[in-house]
Design a protein around this ligand. Sequence first.
Ligand SMILES: [Zn+2]
Length: 242
Amino acid sequence: MVIVDSHAHLFEMKKDYVLPSDIYPVVVGYSHSSNQKAAELARKHNYPLAIGIAPQTSIKEGIAKLDEWVEFIARSKPNAIGEVGLDYKWAQTKQDVEKEHILFDRMIALAKDMKLPIVIHSRNNPNENEVPKNAIDEIIEKTRGMKVLMHFYSGNAQQAKEIVKNGGYLSIIHLRSKERRKVIEEVSLERLLVESDSPYVGRTPETIREAVAYIAEVKDLEVEEVITATTRNAMDFFNFTV
Ligand SMILES: [Zn+2]
């Protein structure tokens, strides 16, 4: 039985890392240089690919080269545009927010142009500054009518229900919290995927086994049932077969 890791930065794993044969990754980029590495690795192994420019990148690197970056993404024929979105924890000023918006709007236009689904990175703002608090509500508005996957979903159950009502999917990470438990309870298994976000959050793709176990426990299901559903959902969303 194959488990799909819907979000792995696999090109950043240690050189000697060997992926277990029952884990199939979606390879994800977040900047021009990481997109290039992701595309090369995905092509080599025939893995599904999601590439895009993430909001943090617009602040770290600016957006002057956006045309060139977009051209590369379009040329690489990915399965989805992502990870892209709004990160209000990273943004510190109104100018940062403006840059994130210019970039995100461009990524949305690209996904629409290419008729591709979109993988969203979003973080709300826990700080007291001029940056808005809530990124997820803005994302829900901006992506209405699109096929959306919320990666490392960190919003509340109410927002989760809104996303699913609009046809969206949520990707669940192994980390446990009260809020995440409530999201898993409220959202149908038909709309859940699992991910490691390795090596940044889960150290390796194997952590999706814990995410699967978490969903099985909360929903009182067999592990096999969760694997079958999340794998099918990932294949539907990213349009590939294992
Ligand atoms: Zn990521």
